[in-house]
Design a protein around this ligand. Structure first.
Ligand code: ZN
Length: 417
């Protein structure tokens, strides 16, 4: 059940997703990275759409694009709607982009009614969520949350350009990065619409879902050490084969994560010395662990560690897991979740599916400065970070209706509260 105009509005949003996909550094796929010429170009195009939606635009010192419309009096704290416009290499058209363009569309639909809202309405297009260029994700939203790190200025891209040089070339002043930070009292909350990037909504036959929390990942580098020896001359009792041991570790990682309803992935594995006629003496691998709750994730990490040690000890191998990244999970705000639920319910899905996000999002960083909530839109077969990312016109239409209704529910509860 969608409003009469929703399909027309959704068509406009999807056409704009296509238009932004054309602003790409890659002739064969979509690729738009932080502080690039394509980043400047999409900000320019999106700013024109924000302007048309009645928003006053500005770009902050982290390259994030903002649009604002005052509420019933000037200077009220803002409800911010948004997502990101940067992409992974060989990306789809909707990851992040759909959230920004839906936010602009909701602002446009609210039109003159926005001046009755008990808050200002802002739309943000974050500049760097994926971390494709400088291998550090969430730079744009971290700057907004006041969590910019000085060491980021010296990070380099593949061609050796620093973040500092790229920012200056983009027309930003690194000395003024602090100005991108928003103060908690300026903000009421943050709502992000995003494609699910997983298959759960599709499996449940739902167009939309309410996000309960965003998982924080822990990542490790693993090393299994055995002994490299001649493949022909070394009988089995004498072998300390690091690759066979690591393979058992990989299987244990999958088994334990499944048993505990978490997610753990070995995405990279390399055997050394890597000769066809040499028993591998060393294996290096990556490990990424996620769960709905940090405590459960940490328990899973402990179980993986014990299993890895046990499996390797039985083969005369040693194993080390070194932590290289740890992010805290973020819980979506209860009141904002209720507004998102009410928004979806207004479209006819009385009891919306609730799910936790296995993927990271800008909302994680923004949560440090204001309450956040998210609305997921079904994507075909859960495919994302790939060119064949797909959403349907009908789902985008119902998403716009729900997003707008959620904003109006925040206004209602804010008035009543
Ligand atoms: Zn995204």
């Amino acid at each position: 059940m969608t409003s009469d105009t929703a399909l027309v509005d959704a068509r406009r949003v999807l056409d704009r997703c296509d238009a932004l996909a054309a602003v790409s550094a890659s002739p064969t796929g979509v690729e738009r990275v932080h502080l690039s010429a394509e980043h400047a170009r999409v900000n320019e195009v999106a700013a024109a759409w924000m302007d048309e939606a009645g928003l006053t635009t500005r770009t902050d010192q982290a390259g994030n694009l903002w649009g604002r419309r005052e509420g019933r009096e000037p200077g009220l704290p803002a409800l911010v709607l948004g997502s990101h416009l940067d992409t992974v290499p060989d990306a789809g058209r909707y990851d992040g982009i759909l959230g920004v363009l839906s936010a602009i569309e909701v602002a446009r639909r609210l039109g003159e009614r926005a001046v009755d809202l008990p808050f200002a309405l802002e739309v943000v297009a974050f500049s760097d969520e994926e971390g494709t260029r400088f291998a550090t994700a969430l730079m744009g939203s971290s700057a907004v949350a006041g969590a910019w790190r000085e060491e980021w200025w010296d990070r380099t891209d593949a061609s050796g350009t620093t973040v500092r040089a790229a920012a200056e070339a983009f027309g930003l002043d690194p000395a003024r990065i602090g100005e991108a930070a928003r103060r908690p009292e300026e903000l009421l909350g943050y709502l992000e619409l995003h494609i699910e990037q997983g298959p759960q909504l599709e499996a449940a036959d739902r167009a939309l879902g309410v996000v309960t929390s965003i998982a924080g990942a822990r990542r490790f580098t693993g090393r299994v050490v055995g002994e490299a020896r001649h493949a022909g001359g070394t009988p089995y009792p004498r072998r300390r084969d690091a690759l066979v041991g690591a393979s058992e570790v990989v299987l244990a990682v999958e088994r334990l994560a499944k048993e505990r309803d978490g997610i753990a992935t070995v995405g990279r594995l390399q055997a050394f010395p890597g000769g066809v006629n040499v028993v591998p003496g060393l294996v290096e691998f990556s490990l990424d662990v996620r769960d709905e709750h940090d405590a459960d994730r940490d328990t899973l990490v402990g179980a993986i560690r014990s299993a890895a040690e046990e499996v390797c000890a039985a083969r005369g191998l040693t194993v080390e897991l070194t932590e290289v990244h740890s992010a805290r999970g973020v819980y979506c705000d209860e009141a904002l979740q209720r507004s998102v639920t009410a928004g979806i319910a207004a479209t006819g899905d009385a009891e919306p599916l609730r799910l936790w996000s296995r993927a990271g999002h800008d909302a994680m960083a923004v949560a440090a400065v204001t309450p956040v909530a998210m609305l997921f839109v079904r994507c075909e077969d859960g495919v994302s970070h790939a060119p064949d990312e797909r959403v349907t016109l009908a789902d985008v239409a119902v998403g716009l209706d729900a997003f707008e209704a959620a904003v109006l529910d925040v206004a209602r509860t804010h008035r009543d509260g």
